[in-house]
Design a protein around this ligand. Structure first.
Ligand SMILES: Cc1cc2nc3c(=O)[nH]c(=O)nc-3n(C[C@H](O)[C@H](O)[C@H](O)COP(=O)(O)O)c2cc1C
Length: 186
């Protein structure tokens, strides 16, 4: 059973991305994965700079990095801020990248990304940037499917699932691929 770590790039009360992360966590479990969902808000971190290389990382950074290493794959739900991803998410990933003595935690890690926004592009612009950083900066393996949930403030049906069939179809493809590829992890 592949293990998948799920979190959002926002921990704001009422966060649309936390809601998306929770939905995907349930979908991944239904597809046979063992899921751990966390909130980055439980891992408060200072803004990183190069002094991080010269001192011990904060305990929260170490815990986050060990969680990443302990799972076969990740799903990250990211808000879009001015066409990019939020600085708090990048800060957390930067800390994760250097917090382990055993090497960068995200290297070779399978990652799926998505995001929720009330806008019509549904975080797509932020996801293209997040993909680049995860792949080129962190050495992660990002699966092709990206889940951009547009109109997310009104995007859910009475059953709690994504109302738009096209977006739900993309979700299904993302979940299927993530569980399959995570299951191949050594
Ligand atoms: C500084 C800032 C910039 C934003 N820029 C965008 C944007 O470029 N595109 C977009 O769709 N939403 C943008 N938003 C709106 C966010 O999508 C919205 O605040 C969303 O609720 C954030 O995700 P969350 O609900 O998970 O916290 C921006 C919000 C902030 C605070």
């Amino acid at each position: 059973m592949p293990s998948i770590l799920v979190f959002a790039g926002s921990w704001r009360p009422g966060s649309m991305n936390t809601r998306l992360a929770t939905l995907i966590a349930g979908n991944l479990e239904a597809a046979g994965a063992q899921v751990t969902q966390i909130s980055l808000g439980d891992y408060p971190l200072p803004l990183i700079d190069a002094r991080a290389y010269e001192s011990e990382p904060p305990e929260e950074a170490r815990k986050l990095a060990e969680l990443v290493v302990a799972h076969d794959a990740l799903f990250i739900a990211s808000p879009e801020y001015n066409a990019g991803y939020p600085p708090a998410l990048k800060n957390a990933l930067d800390w994760v990248s250097i917090a382990r003595k055993g090497g960068p935690a995200l290297r070779d890690k399978v990652v799926a990304i998505g995001g929720a926004s009330a806008g019509s592009l549904g975080t797509y612009r932020c996801l293209t940037q997040l993909r680049t950083v995860l792949e080129l900066g962190f050495g992660a393996l990002v699966i092709p499917e990206m889940l951009a949930v547009s109109g997310a403030d009104k995007g859910y049906g009475a059953d709690g699932d994504l109302a738009d069939k096209r977006i739900a179809g993309m979700r299904d493809r993302l979940v299927a691929r993530l569980v399959k590829v995570a299951g191949l992890a050594p």
